[in-house]
Ligand binder design. Structure first.
Ligand SMILES: [Zn+2]
Length: 258
């Protein structure tokens, strides 16, 4: 269960390169050519996030909180308070209308172009973590506990392709039977073959080879999901998630054995 987040971190670290944790220590940051920078102090979290955000989305370069909207702060009355207040820092009550994508300032779409999801997650946790607001009122501590849990859920859901796909379908009101049995004989056969190959594999090299084959299939179906979802062909999108689930489980099997 905990292997996947670990794997994800590795993956993110590799993919993010400049945007990850290491960037804070390795100063100065590598240049971000596509972002017109108004400030040279690229070391602050905010600026870095904005840079990553602007890189990831061509539609807007506004800040996370501007983009997300937000209401009036219960504590100081400032407008645009989202999760926590930009003016006084008070943690806000959970707004059920806020979806996971909004929390990270993302478009509601399958492909996440922002490779700094983990950084944004950590920034939210810095503002919301219950341990960090222990000196605040009981009311605000309760808000922080709820918001922190929400951000954890949001990060876990969006950072993995399958859960992200299922969440998008859920937001569209598409029902999904997660335990639907396989009836496609071709897929059944394939799954049996994969299982056998995993069972028979006696060394890590063979297992890694099998794993990368399954991952390629997972990617293919992930791509199918994206195409179908963009066309709003939800039947095909749901079918793609079923395939993704099988391949994801198969990958887990190889990880267990490795
Ligand atoms: Zn406030």
């Amino acid at each position: 269960m905990w292997r996947r987040p670990g794997q994800l971190r590795l993956h993110l670290a590799a993919a993010a390169g400049a945007a990850g944790r290491g960037a804070r220590r390795r100063n100065p940051l590598p240049p971000v050519p596509t972002v017109p920078s108004s400030s040279s102090s690229a070391t602050t979290t905010t600026t870095r996030d904005l840079a990553a955000f602007a890189r990831g989305s061509s539609s807007s370069s506004r800040s996370l909180s501007d983009r997300a909207g937000g209401g009036e702060c219960w504590s100081c009355g400032a407008s645009g308070a989202f999760l926590s207040c930009g003016s006084c820092g008070s943690v806000q009550p959970v707004d059920p209308a806020v979806d996971y994508f909004r929390i990270f300032g993302l478009e509601r779409e399958y492909t996440i172009k922002d490779n700094n999801l983990e950084g944004k997650y950590k920034d939210w946790q810095k503002k919301l973590h219950p341990d960090l607001v222990h000196s605040k009122s009981e009311k605000e501590r309760a808000f922080a506990a709820e918001q922190s849990a929400l951000v954890i859920d949001a990060y876990r859901t969006l950072s993995k392709p399958l859960s992200r796909a299922l969440y998008l379908l859920q937001l569209e009101g598409i029902p999904i039977d997660e335990e639907k049995t396989i009836t496609d004989p071709e897929l059944l056969m394939e799954m049996m073959e994969i299982r056998e190959a995993v069972n028979d594999a006696s060394d890590s090299q063979t297992l890694e080879k099998i794993q990368s084959q399954i991952k390629r299939k997972l990617e293919t179906w992930s791509h199918s999901f994206q195409e179908a979802f963009e066309r709003r062909d939800f039947d095909r999108a749901v079918k793609a998630t079923q395939r993704m689930r099988y391949y994801e489980r198969a990958v887990e099997e190889t990880i267990k054995k490795l």
